[in-house]
Ligand binder design. Structure first.
Ligand code: GTP
Ligand code: MG
Length: 196
């Protein structure tokens, strides 16, 4: 069944747990390196251009941002990692902020981990992936910016990412916020997680 977005509302940003909205609805969070395309992917899924702020400047999203969709579930835009120019104070709080959220959010159903299809996973990508596996968080890996990858490189890049994550290629969703490739497939995997 195709998902219809009836409403998508920004409900707030948080750094501390006290700032999270109540644990009343199922939730999916989106994580990845700074500038990888997290906010664009969320906008693409929702069919909105501007609900989630996107930017050419990496490290723009520095807090945990909650969006309520159809009054039925939350999407959560997590701050990106791996960008050296983010101020040291912001970088220092990233780890505890993420760890608290990912470990303690009882309504969290899955994390969509977004990777750049153009390049192999970075050490930071692998560190998050391994931590999520070890912590037992269901993680859906998505390879984005597929519109930037030549046809001739797709299967090589896919195999490379799968090997790095110890998965098979069919576990990975190839995505583009520009062409919307992978959008329906990702929704197919998300739907069962967010419907009651
Ligand atoms: P931070 O919030 O800074 O961590 O970044 P982000 O991961 O939310 O990335 P964002 O969605 O802001 O996108 C970063 C840049 O990549 C922007 O210039 C986007 O237009 C571009 N971008 C995002 N997704 C795609 C995609 O699928 N294809 C192409 N070609 N560009 C993309
Ligand atoms: Mg962002």
């Amino acid at each position: 069944p195709k998902v219809t977005i009836k409403s998508a509302v920004f409900v707030g940003s948080a750094v501390e747990r006290a700032g999270y909205p109540g644990e009343s609805l199922p939730e999916v969070a989106f994580a990845g390196r700074s500038n990888v395309g997290k906010s664009s992917l969320i906008n693409c899924l929702l069919g909105t251009k501007k609900l989630v702020r996107t930017s050419r400047t990496p490290g723009r999203t520095q807090t945990i941002n909650f969006f309520r969709i159809n009054d039925a579930f939350f999407f959560v835009d997590l701050p990106g990692y791996g960008y050296a120019k983010v101020p040291a104070a912001v970088r220092a709080r990233w780890g505890p902020m993420m760890e608290t959220y990912l470990k303690e959010r009882r309504t969290l159903r899955a994390v969509v981990q977004i990777l750049d299809f153009r390049h192999p996973p970075t050490p930071d990508d692998l560190a998050l992936w391994n931590w999520l596996q070890a912590t037992g968080v269901l993680t859906l890996p998505v390879l984005t910016k597929a519109d930037k990858v030549k046809k001739s490189l797709r299967s090589k890049n896919l195999a490379q990412a799968a090997a790095a994550l110890a998965l098979t290629s069919c576990d990975l969703i190839v995505f583009s916020a520009v062409t919307r490739e992978g959008r329906d497939l990702l929704w197919d995997r998300l739907m069962p997680l967010v419907v009651p």
